[in-house]
Design a protein around this ligand. Structure first.
Ligand code: HEC
Ligand code: HEC
Ligand code: HEC
Length: 354
């Protein structure tokens, strides 16, 4: 790695020595048969109702480690800053403003990688001068302009609370067909607004977040979940951003579960039932059915007296099952606090026929 950077550094020095400025097209002409770059239509005005068009460019090379904004920064300064500006807002006419979130939300990392590889308009292609890994790094340096460390931190909190139970703390959860957020191959063609649409409206068994999260929460969590497939850390933000992209801290209920514990709430505590229902609808209804009678195979029918009495008589056992997971049911101990777990169980206990 270090060695390769040295060699590349030497190559750059040579290129600069021979007077090819970063803004001019590369002087070297293709030697062998070069594939004709496919034309990608100019980005349309983002239309949130249509899925983003997949790039016609086939990406053949993915990095082994997640692309790093930090690594990309020096590549950017060396190759791109003259045209795109120090802050990414554009220096030459026609270059894009990477801080413009409306533009960035319609873009995909795959499209950016294709642009940097092939060139676009007055921008040269970097297929011959940057390695594939370096192109990914610089793409995600550019990408990083569309968010801030504090937004990512906020997104981290939203994720831990509303998403981690299904998608996994590390974003790799593949429960019931949900995407693996750590896999760049699954993420690089998804524009932020595609993800926003899924999160807002829900999809398949995933609940709609429209009425559960504010717009800012939804955008923040989308910016955050992207960091499962790249490292957003930047040198000047190490203090703030180093917590971002790492596994969230342990949930509150990590201690060994006590199956003989009792409910902290009265079973007819209407406030607990009310709060529990809200949690239930987000986290549990997809499998247990909106009314608790069961949806997914093997889910007990909580509307029967038999099941709800069993829950009320032996709540510690159920608490541990939900907290630690059982069968295909994921563990909720990290996502829900002890109070929230008891509230949702109190709600479920209220569903049985009297
Ligand atoms: C010679 C000036 C120049 C240089 C050098 C340059 N760019 Fe560009 N770049 C442009 C212009 C102009 C556009 C707009 C192209 C168009 O869509 O017509 C652009 C567009 C882009 C886009 C958006 C593509 C899209 O589809 O919207 C990305 C991403 C990008 N550049 C990244 C980079 C990176 C990364 C580097 C350095 C490795 C770089 N550029 C170097 C001028 C340049
Ligand atoms: C109750 C479980 C559950 C919760 C909670 C949940 N998801 Fe999902 N999510 C799923 C499932 C299941 C899918 C796959 C849906 C399908 O394709 O049928 C999915 C799909 C997605 C996708 C689509 C990925 C793609 O391939 O396009 C995104 C993005 C997503 N979830 C984000 C989130 C975010 C952000 C949150 C938290 C705000 C969240 N999810 C909460 C279960 C959940
Ligand atoms: C991915 C689907 C799924 C989700 C989401 C889910 N469950 Fe379950 N749950 C199941 C299945 C399946 C079972 C039966 C497990 C078994 O016995 O193997 C079950 C069992 C249970 C039981 C009985 C466990 C026992 O030991 O008596 C309780 C209580 C329960 N779930 C509560 C919840 C609560 C509360 C939530 C939301 C916080 C939730 N579940 C979310 C699928 C799910």
């Amino acid at each position: 790695m270090v060695k390769r950077n040295w060699i590349l550094g030497a190559i750059f020095t040579l290129i600069i020595f021979y007077g090819v400025s970063a803004c001019a097209p590369p002087a070297n002409l293709p030697t062998g048969p070069t594939p004709i770059p496919t034309l990608i239509p100019v980005t349309d005005v983002p239309d949130i109702t249509k899925p983003t068009q997949a790039p016609s460019f086939a990406i053949l090379s993915y990095p082994v480690r997640p692309p790093s904004s930090n690594e990309g920064q020096s590549i950017y300064i060396e190759n791109c800053v003259d045209c795109h500006g120090e802050d990414g807002s554009g220096a030459v006419p026609g270059s894009r403003n990477f801080q413009d979130v409306d533009y960035m939300r319609g873009e995909t990392p795959a499209n950016f990688y294709a642009a940097v590889t092939e060139g676009r308009g007055d921008m040269p292609g970097y297929n011959d001068t940057l390695t594939s890994d370096e192109r990914w790094d610089v793409v995600f340096y550019v990408w990083r302009h569309s968010t801030t460390a504090s937004i990512l931190e906020h997104g981290d909190e939203v994720y831990a609370k509303s998403c981690a139970s299904c998608h996994g703390e590390d974003g790799s959860g593949e429960l019931l067909g949900s995407a693996n957020f750590t896999d760049l191959r699954q993420m690089d063609q998804l524009a932020p607004r595609d993800l926003y649409l899924t999160v807002t409206q829900g999809r398949g068994s995933m609940p709609a977040m429209q009425s559960l999260l504010t717009q800012d929460d939804r955008w923040a969590v989308i910016n955050y979940l992207r960091t499962f497939s790249y490292d957003p850390t930047l040198p000047q933000e190490i203090g703030v951003a180093s917590s971002v992209g790492e596994t969230p801290t342990e949930g509150p209920s990590e201690t060994a579960c006590q199956p003989d514990q009792t409910n902290q709430f009265e079973w007819d505590d209407s406030e607990a039932i009310f709060d529990g229902q809200a949690t239930y609808l987000i986290q549990c209804a997809m499998c247990h059915g909106p009314d608790g009678s069961g949806g997914l195979p093997n889910t007990p029918d909580f509307t029967t007296a038999e099941i709800s009495n069993a829950l009320i008589e032996n709540p510690g056992q159920s608490y541990c099952s939900v907290s630690e997971g059982i069968g295909v049911m994921p563990a909720f101990g990290g996502a829900l606090s002890e109070d929230e777990l008891w509230q949702v169980l109190t709600f479920m206990g209220s569903l049985g026929e009297p």
